[in-house]
Design a protein around this ligand. Structure first.
Ligand SMILES: N[C@@H](CCC(=O)N[C@@H](CS)C(=O)NCC(=O)O)C(=O)O
Length: 190
């Protein structure tokens, strides 16, 4: 999400991207960000920020012309609602991804089943919501979040959200050709 925003806001030359070693005991990264989560943005004044949405919002405001700020009133609530739904799908898929990254004998089939079922329900939900005007109009963080979630199909061969969801497929395939998204999509693992 952050790397898409960097490109959309033309900030790539202002931010250095450093790959952090996560989920390893004693990673030097824990001295940078004790929580161990990525992404993490170190501002010019040395202050660090974590959480994708906060970092995206901070970057969006750097030029004083925010493109992803929430609209006022009812449209703002709709935007928040859609963003939260996209985030729910992404959060569940992140749990699933972490589970399948563990050694096979440590993986929980219960967790995997639970997350696969959640992803399937969320794909059904998004097939209905994807026609929402806010998912069709100018780029916003809800759209970026959903595209990042759906794009995880490249990393998780069991994430099969496409069958039965033609509108979502069409939306994602249109989104995926955006240069900012194409340039930052995760490398396929299969
Ligand atoms: N709420 C966080 C979640 C980010 C997240 O799940 N990051 C994963 C990589 S995609 C991570 O840092 N994993 C390291 C770990 O599990 O310790 C955000 O969006 O910033």
């Amino acid at each position: 999400m952050v790397r898409v925003v960097l490109l959309e806001k033309n900030l790539a030359s202002r931010v250095e991207i450093v790959v952090a070693q996560t989920r390893t005991a004693d990673s030097p990264y824990y001295h940078v960000n004790p929580s161990g989560w990525v992404p993490y943005l170190i501002r010019d004044d040395g202050i660090g920020l974590e959480e994708s949405v906060l970092i995206c919002s901070y970057l969006d405001w750097l030029d004083g012309k925010p493109a992803f700020d929430l609209p006022q009133g009812e449209e703002g609530w709709e935007m928040r609602r859609l963003e939260a739904l996209a985030r729910s799908m992404l959060d569940g898929l992140a749990v699933w991804s972490r589970e399948i990254a563990r050694p096979p004998d440590e993986q929980s089939s219960t967790v995997i089943r639970h997350e696969a079922a959640r992803a399937s329900r969320m794909a059904d939900l998004w097939e209905k919501e994807i026609d929402h005007p806010l998912m069709r109009r100018v780029l916003n963080l809800g759209q970026i979040t959903l595209a990042c979630a759906l794009g995880l199909e490249a990393r998780n061969p069991d994430l099969l959200w496409r069958p039965g969801h033609p509108m979502l497929c069409a939306w994602f395939d249109r989104f995926a050709v955006r240069p900012s998204f194409a340039a930052t999509s995760p490398p396929a693992k299969h």
